[in-house]
Design a protein around this ligand. Structure first.
Ligand SMILES: [Zn+2]
Length: 477
């Protein structure tokens, strides 16, 4: 006969096994929850969340394509995250990836072909003829790759683009791992990829069907401008965008010549004209928006139109200064764009932030407009709002896409540092970016590109140089 076990011992064993079982379950559950793909920890984390929280010593945890946690690095031990890959960000700053709200990426191959001209001369005597003679699908691929290298190196993780052969732009962007809202340009004259309006719409329809629903590429339709696309065609574009549920990207109110052309043809102002033909909506991302008055800004606000402010391009082409301080007061959806490399020379969002913050102080003679924090916001969350993608990107918050950059703060031009935001806007450069992550995938690690062969990309770009020079010899064609 077995010796009876004392009740307290039985209860003790039972309780013990329940505790052991529960803690094993907790551990298993915790290990599952704590398994992350990427952990960036140790640096200052600028979240751009609703409280604009900055963790002096923070972390960002990423699982798959999304951020799962952002917080103080001193809590990491308790959280017990086990990461497949870790990036040590000590001495650096971690930011939401920068959003370039307006580019023509293949135009990197036209970098600097014609300078010191106004918009009309620059466009009609150089750009349109050079495009007619040079732009092919292969040209677009070579220029896109060059632009992608530059953007990944400079910490741009999303860009809004409009050009020809945009299907090829999307393919290259997908392969390189960047995020893009990419618009096929449609215009009322024959262009390199499509010779008629019908062909252009047909191309765009196939393009949209191919990319709709992709996790990186948002396909869009991009009528060039209100003065290069007829009223009837703009209405067709709007119907197309609604039918396929895609965004529209366009240039709007860029230069005084446009204001004059619209006044002559439609007897009104550019933005009022688009309102009159019912073209403005939250589908629209409008680049430049320089020549708008109070009434037009209020309409753009009401219609939730995104605005891509391109200060360097506007300065270089003497287009004017957009009323950005007023737009920010009105809480318009304002982001920053470089425009194409032919009207800016580079795709650096760091220069664009710096210029935006300074230009409006000069124009208004008021040093308190477009503060450093507002410039940084336009390059991140503001850009996301301009693209109507603020639910997915633009800040470092759990649930959002993991589009993150790490910036070194060790350079002489960043030393000493009294104010982080001020340094990011007025002193940091594209070359200070060390790591670029898009959709959870590391595209640059310690300044080494992981998805593109930079030497081959530059060599391919240089091969187009002679051909481009020949094509614009003599200027006006
Ligand atoms: Zn443009």
């Amino acid at each position: 006969m077995k010796k009876p076990v004392a009740l307290p011992v039985v209860i003790g064993v039972l309780v013990c096994s329940i505790i052991v079982g529960a803690s094993a379950q907790r551990r298993a559950a915790r290990d599952g929850a704590a398994g992350v793909d990427l952990l960036i920890a140790g640096g200052a984390v600028v979240t751009m969340n609703p409280d604009r929280r900055v963790f002096e010593n923070g972390f960002v945890a990423i699982r798959g394509e999304r951020i799962v946690d952002v917080g103080d690095a001193t809590d990491l031990k308790a959280k017990g995250y086990k990461a497949k890959l870790s990036i040590d960000a000590r001495g650096k700053v971690v930011l939401p990836g920068l959003i370039n709200a307006h580019t023509h990426i293949p135009m990197t191959l036209f970098r600097g072909i014609a300078d010191d001209l106004d918009l009309q001369d620059w466009l009609t005597k150089y750009i349109f003829p050079a495009e007619a003679k040079n732009v092919t699908r292969d040209f677009v691929i070579a220029g896109t790759r060059l632009g992608l290298v530059e953007m990944i190196r400079g910490g741009t993780t999303t860009y809004a683009d409009m050009y020809y052969f945009e299907d090829a732009v999307a393919e290259e962007t997908r392969k390189a791992g960047l995020r893009g809202m990419l618009g096929e340009t449609v215009i009322d004259f024959p262009v390199p990829d499509n010779k008629t309006w019908e062909a252009a719409l047909n191309y765009t329809e196939n393009y949209v069907k191919r990319w709709k629903g992709d996790s990186l590429i948002v396909p869009a339709i991009a009528p060039h401008a209100p003065y290069t696309v007829s009223e009837e065609h703009l209405k067709e574009v709007k119907a197309f965008a609604e039918k396929h549920d895609v965004p529209i990207i366009t240039h709007l109110a860029e230069a005084p010549t446009e204001t004059k052309a619209i006044a002559e043809k439609h007897n009104t102002r550019p933005a009022l004209y688009l309102e009159k033909i019912d073209f403005l909506s939250r589908r629209l991302l409008a680049a430049h928006v320089v020549h708008v008055n109070e009434e037009e800004m209020e309409i753009l606000k009401r219609r939730e139109v995104g605005v891509a402010h391109c200060p360097q391009s506007n300065m270089k082409l003497s287009s004017g200064a957009a009323p950005i301080p007023r737009m920010l007061e009105l809480s318009l959806r304002v982001g920053l764009g470089t425009d194409g490399a032919a009207s800016n020379h580079d795709l650096s969002m760091w220069e664009e932030m710096d210029t935006a913050a300074k230009l409006h102080k000069l124009v208004t003679m008021t040093p308190t407009v477009v503060m450093a924090g507002q410039a940084l916001e336009m390059a991140t969350l503001g850009g996301a709002r301009a693209l109507h993608l603020e639910k997915e990107i633009g800040s470092l918050e759990a649930g959002k896409r993991a589009d993150i950059i790490v910036v070194d703060l060790d350079a002489p031009h960043l030393t000493p540092m009294y104010n982080l935001t001020s340094h990011l806007v007025y002193a940091a450069k594209a070359s200070d970016v060390t790591d670029t992550v898009v959709n959870g995938r590391v595209l640059m690690r310690n300044r080494r590109l992981l998805t593109l062969n930079e030497a081959a990309v530059k060599a391919a770009a240089r091969r187009y140089q002679k051909q481009v020079v020949e094509s614009i010899r003599g200027g006006a064609q």
